[in-house]
Design a protein around this ligand. Sequence first.
Ligand code: SF4
Length: 183
Amino acid sequence: MRIAHVVPDTDAEGPGRRFALWTQGCSLRCKGCCNPELFGPGGTERSVDDLLAEITSTPGIEGVSLLGGEPTEQSDLLALCAGVQAAGLTVMLYSGHLRETIEARHPGLLDHVDLLVDGPFDVHQRDDSRRWIGSRNQRLHVLSSAYTHDDPRFATAQTVEIRFDADGLVVNGWPDLARKVAR
Ligand code: SF4
């Protein structure tokens, strides 16, 4: 898989403490996307086994969030999601494609996803009211019994996290807040 970057333990990219992973490459190129640097080539090639080893050695996380870039453009995404669930962790997937398109193009993938945020980001329908969702056209699908729509964590305020790692300052979380912090 082409990986742009990872944050191994974050509270800002889905419910609970999560391993967040940004894939490199997105052909959708939504106007106003917060990650245009992830549209084209780049990133680092990493195997599913290598990623799973890092994920499963991270203590205290409840799951993995897959962001992009467009994660469904990675051919081995299903293997990664299945491996995460087999390790007893949950999968939250962000995709610019609709659920129906993902089901048609990637049979079986959503069997290994617990939460799906689907649809392209629409800059004209910005949505600050729903945590972890960027625009009103995007939908949150609860695909397993691991979560419910009335989970109170979906109603809490947007957050950002700031940390220093080997690459320097890393800011992740709600894009509008993250941009202000990074200025
Ligand atoms: S699908 Fe996601 S990563 Fe791709 S352009 Fe749209 S918002 Fe950006």
